[in-house]
Write a protein that binds this ligand. Sequence first.
Ligand SMILES: NC(=O)c1ccc[n+]([C@@H]2O[C@H](COP(=O)([O-])OP(=O)(O)OC[C@H]3O[C@@H](n4cnc5c(N)ncnc54)[C@H](OP(=O)(O)O)[C@@H]3O)[C@@H](O)[C@H]2O)c1
Length: 286
Amino acid sequence: MKIAVLGAQGQLGRDLVPRLPGKILPLTRAELNLDQPETLAAVLADLRPDLLINTAAYNFVDKAEQEPEAAFRVNAWGVRALATACRDVGCKLVHFSTDYVFGLDAARSTPLRETDPPGPVSVYGLSKLAGEYVVQSIVADHLVIRTCGLYGVWGSGGKGGNFVETMLRVAGQGKPLRVVSDQFCTPTYTADLAALTVELIATGATGLFHVVNAGACSWYEFAAEIFRQSGLTADLSPITSAQFGAPARRPSYSVLSTDRLVEVGVSAPRLWPDALAHYLAERQQR
Ligand SMILES: NC(=O)c1ccc[n+]([C@@H]2O[C@H](COP(=O)([O-])OP(=O)(O)OC[C@H]3O[C@@H](n4cnc5c(N)ncnc54)[C@H](OP(=O)(O)O)[C@@H]3O)[C@@H](O)[C@H]2O)c1
């Protein structure tokens, strides 16, 4: 089995590559650039993988509000060309998406299933939803995996670092931290996401899946738990999304149900505080 991984130098890609079986082709933007859709068919025809896992994305959530064309060029049209190229060489496509395909249902308090209707409220979310649709409509043999709030030891290439590292750094500098307490989701450790993705692929299942750690918290609660587990005293206080004033709107509740994942035989994801503990231990070893 020949498996190509696009975004191999990214936060998730670097946790995924060592966990995959078979012959792995780690691909970066230099070999396969989603921003150049017209080049993708030739690259795939040359590589001829059995499976392509796409972890690459335009993921500048706030900046996308100002440059929607750039977000759509990669997340929609680039993914469309990738899906077409996969179909043409008979390759399965595993593609990552986001909880930001959901919207502003503040009254929601039960985890969102794959059957719940999306409704993005940001350009980024809309571009990722378009990416889901093109994968689903072009490649019959696909997995679309929605995930959320990623952090891993490799940090996000696009954003630089991750939320946990930002919290620890700012607290270490003795600066005050104001973190939103009205956005609820499930922060997810990329090592867990990678392991669950490998299990999911092995089941042979196809279609749309939510893959996240278990439980739910606000970003404020996540920050508080980071400091509690790290034994740090931080000047942390909650603020609302309106007070924070980010350019892009985020879902107020985007906790994803993993029931479908478990139904096809994949292990139940562990709780987010347990995953965080594992991450905090792992980062000490690097
Ligand atoms: N991070 C999160 O919190 C989060 C939450 C929900 C869903 N997701 C989704 O999860 C997936 C993985 O995210 P991540 O945090 O691992 O992202 P990441 O660390 O930023 O990695 C993304 C990778 O994509 C590559 N890339 C960007 N533009 C590209 C292009 N035009 N052509 C080819 N490669 C390109 C980047 O390469 P360069 O280094 O060359 O730019 C980078 O290695 C993405 O689909 C993202 O939308 C992420």
